[in-house]
Write a protein that binds this ligand. Structure first.
Ligand code: NAP
Length: 525
């Protein structure tokens, strides 16, 4: 398939007029064709007008038609074949196998949402029948269902060019909820974005849906990204990226005459607590697993373990030595973009230059254009507690070990943590009491708590929470991975005393959709 360098607005391919974006192969520094001329407010206006025009028809598509549409996007993505993963490798420097795995995850997640749509539980149907005889006051008939919020703006993430990008989790969950989507493609992988965008465009056409169900724009975040979030027709935002980008979009969304929710996933250092018995019994094994998790994908995961917390002593020294050896042996990997590489270098230099931080190990230096040299640093709890800057995310394969005097200090560190996507406990049976005391604090800090695993690798399923208090995300009540992500783009509507002829299908007495309902407080499956 030819990659044209165009934006996709409804069924049209549209050429931008603003500054050109060129993808750069981060491994070689080579500029990739074609150029993508950036869009302007005119294209934002056109995409949003089409999305608004599509909304009422799209949100009332039958459960079956909407599920078929999501499956058809997955099939269209698969039909692109090797061109998609080859372009993805060239634009991101990620290995081919990773891109293949990510394509599987992207299509799997679209199919998961298709099954969720068909099941209809997300409609959350509640029926409280009228009680005309009730004393002292009769009750009228009240029925509730969830409806789609409206057109959604999605910002593609740099670090998952497929699974968190144009047809990633945000888009899949918004489309599943019944919301048209306007994507602002990430400037680092426009070719990959266009290929996936065209697959969605074909699925829209094949399923006979209104063309405004999906559009893809390119251009500067500060211009078209901001214009998109400010557009009155956009009703919610999905974002993955930097804390500064996410908070800027939150501010824009809040400053609108009608403020809207922003679901931004921004920064997390994913603390790992090494509890004393586990550290004593199997510090070497833990060090091995930690180093593998730290260096996976050049550390460019939102769940990368950037902080390790343990009680000081010979066991912790042995852990640092073993993890340090593994880090020293880890090969440098190409980072996603020159900008992300620069930010990583600055973060590592900040740690290396900190008066209270010691360098334990550095990985191998790389020969490609933008290599991530892994790093392991150590500091004392007191220094960490006195300097909030030591909590800042260093996006890449670098971690900081916090040595605590005793278990009370471990708890003080836990209490001072910012919001996180994940917190991991490495623990044995003898650590249960310590873990039990920590748990209430950890629940307040993170969206996912793990025991004896590693936070990298996020299962796409029904129970997953990929979220957490700020700055991990802008709204800790939700998740951006897994089927519960659909609830970000829905809201409840109550229908009071509506005649049957006016009620939505989902709420009719005969339950024609066959969905699970709460009738007068009792679950009917
Ligand atoms: P980013 O700079 O936040 O960019 C993400 C998207 O948001 C891009 O499309 C960008 O547009 C847009 N954007 C950025 N600032 C904006 C603003 N003020 N207003 C409107 N739109 C804006 O993130 P990135 O490029 O992916 O990586 C930069 C850093 O983000 C990394 O070094 C890392 O620290 C962090 N990051 C964190 C995670 C995580 O999951 N925790 C994931 C990825 C990145 P442009 O096309 O104009 O750039």
């Amino acid at each position: 398939m030819t990659i044209s360098g165009n934006m996709l607005i409804g069924q049209q391919a549209v050429s931008g007029q603003q500054a050109e974006i060129h993808a750069v192969n981060p491994a070689t520094g080579e500029t990739l064709s074609p150029a993508y001329a950036g869009g302007s407010k005119a294209e934002v206006e056109k995409a949003c007008a089409l999305a608004e025009a599509a909304f009422d028809a799209y949100r009332e598509t039958s459960l079956e038609d909407r599920a078929t549409f999501l499956e058809s996007i997955a099939s269209e993505i698969e039909a692109i074949g090797d061109q998609l993963t080859e372009r993805g490798v060239a634009e991101t420097g990620l290995p081919e196998a990773r891109l293949q795995g990510e394509r599987g995850r992207t299509c799997g997640q679209l199919r998961l949402f298709a099954s969720v749509v068909r099941a209809g539980e997300w409609l959350d149907v509640r029926v409280d029948p009228a009680l005309p005889e009730r004393e002292p006051m009769p009750r009228v008939d009240l029925r509730q269902r969830h409806i789609a919020l409206g057109p959604v703006a999605v910002f593609g993430a740099s670090n998952f060019p497929l699974a968190f990008s144009v047809a990633g989790g945000d888009t899949a969950s918004a489309l599943a909820a019944g919301c048209p989507v306007v994507v602002k493609g990430h400037s680092a992988h426009p070719g990959t974005s266009e290929l996936v965008g065209r697959a969605i465009q074909r699925a829209v056409k094949a399923c006979g849906l209104p063309e405004g169900t999906f559009s893809l724009l390119f251009g500067s975040g500060r211009e078209i990204g901001q214009a998109l979030v400010a557009d009155p027709r956009i009703q919610a935002v999905g974002f993955t990226g930097s804390r500064s980008g996410g908070t800027a979009l939150m501010a824009t969304a809040q400053a609108r005459p009608q403020p809207i929710p922003v679901y931004a996933e921004m920064s997390s250092i994913n603390p790992v607590f090494l509890l004393p018995e586990a550290l004593k019994a199997r510090g070497d094994k833990i060090a091995e697993g930690f180093a593998a998790s730290l260096s996976m994908g050049a550390g460019q995961f939102c769940t990368n373990p950037g902080l390790v917390i343990a009680i000081e002593g010979p066991e912790l020294d042995a852990f640092v030595a073993a993890a340090g050896e593994a880090v020293k042996g880890s090969a440098a990997q190409t980072m996603l973009t020159p900008g992300i590489h620069d930010a990583y270098e600055q973060g590592v230099n900040r740690l290396a230059g900190h008066a209270k931080v010691t360098e334990a190990a550095r990985g191998q230096a790389g020969e490609t254009a933008h290599p991530a040299q892994a790093g392991l640093f150590v500091t004392q709890a007191e220094a960490f507690l006195n300097d909030p800057a030591l909590q800042e995310e260093v996006f890449g394969s670098t971690s900081l070990v916090i040595a605590c005097a005793d278990v009370q200090e471990v708890r003080r560190v836990a209490a001072e943590l910012e919001g996180q996507l994940t917190i991991t406990l490495q623990m044995d049976d003898g650590d249960l009491d310590t873990a039990r005391q920590l748990l209430p604090t950890l629940e307040r800090k993170a969206g996912r708590i793990l025991a004896n695993g590693w936070p990298t690798g996020v299962e796409v399923c029904h129970a997953m929470v990929h979220g957490g208090p700020y700055p991990a995300t802008s709204d800790s009540r939700t998740t951006s991975v897994g089927s519960a992500a659909i609830f970000r783009f829905l809201r409840p509507v109550c229908y009071q005393a509506l005649p049957t002829g006016l009620l939505p299908e989902a709420l009719k007495d005969a339950n024609p959709l066959g969905v699970s309902r709460l009738v007068d407080g009792k679950r009917e499956v």
